[in-house]
Write a protein that binds this ligand. Structure first.
Ligand code: HEC
Ligand code: HEC
Length: 227
């Protein structure tokens, strides 16, 4: 990697990675001492220029679960991928296949014999550009929205943003338009340190959450307007 790129990658990823330095991310997967270290195929995929048209082809292998248009399923069994930041998609796909994030259902479909590093970049470009529609999102019960809004503003907005838009450069996912069931499940995995690649600063924030708190904040997020 040339020196300029090294510096850019460091600037983009340095602060979060360093904040995470001393903290292991839990019991699942092969945990690394540094959160989201940009190396190996993750680095390669981030450097490659993705081709959305080729990505659409590669995505055919994913549609059985993530559905056409990458809407995911309303139940949240499969997350929506449409509109997600390409950097986040690359991070998650490479973490899933390295075993940092455990996902036995998807593992055979994202194996390196099935999906090349170029195809990871391609599929990320394709998915990032796909439109989102609000009616696709599986919504929560709508029973604790005030509490959810309060928690989100206090604990999450600093990273995930006012509109749940995330931050591509910092690998922070877009959360709007995501299904309630998925948000709730990931929230619990993050809290219980079972999402092997979870951001340690976030784990600290979510650790004291009760199941009711998780439900409230997920409910609120599932009803945020999509861009
Ligand atoms: C057999 C079903 C299945 C197939 C096929 C599949 N996935 Fe998945 N995928 C899942 C499940 C289930 C999850 C969520 C796991 C969890 O709850 O942590 C997931 C999660 C993801 C995530 C993480 C999303 C996020 O917001 O963090 C990405 C990215 C992803 N899949 C991309 C793909 C791509 C690209 C393909 C095709 C190459 C693919 N998946 C094929 C089941 C599948
Ligand atoms: C310090 C920054 C930070 C804070 C604070 C934070 N998050 Fe996150 N969050 C991240 C990052 C980075 C990721 C992606 C990497 C990972 O899996 O941890 C993420 C991932 C997620 C995911 C998984 C999304 C997906 O597509 O799979 C959910 C759900 C989530 N955050 C919810 C929350 C909620 C709810 C709060 C507040 C209670 C919160 N986060 C606070 C940085 C943060």
């Amino acid at each position: 990697m040339n020196q300029f790129l090294k510096i850019v990658v460091f600037i983009l990823c340095g602060p979060l990675a360093m904040a995470a330095h001393s903290q292991l991310s839990g019991s699942a997967g092969k945990t690394d001492p540094v959160w989201n270290e940009i190396k190996g195929e993750k680095l390669q995929a981030l450097q490659l220029k993705g081709d959305a048209a080729r990505g659409a082809e590669a995505f055919q292998a994913c549609q059985g679960c993530h559905r056409r248009g990458a809407t995911g399923s309303g139940s949240g069994a499969y997350p929506r991928l449409a509109g997600q930041h390409a950097t986040v998609l690359i991070e998650q796909i490479t973490d899933i296949r390295s075993g940092r994030r455990i996902n036995p259902k998807m593992a055979p479909f994202s194996d390196e014999h099935v999906l090349t590093v170029q195809e990871i970049a391609d599929v990320a470009s394709y998915l990032q550009a796909l439109p989102m529609q609000s009616q696709e999102g599986g919504k929560g019960p709508g029973s604790a929205l005030a509490r959810g809004r309060e928690l989100y503003a206090r604990d999450c907005v600093v990273c995930h943003g006012e509109r749940g838009e995330g931050n591509a450069q910092k690998f922070i996912p877009l959360l709007t338009g995501q299904h309630y069931g998925y948000l709730l499940r990931e929230g619990a995995l993050i809290r219980d340190e079972k999402r092997g690649n979870a951001n340690p600063a976030m784990v600290k924030v979510i650790k004291p959450y009760s199941d009711e708190d998780l439900a409230a904040v997920s409910d609120y997020l599932s009803r945020m307007p999509v861009p």
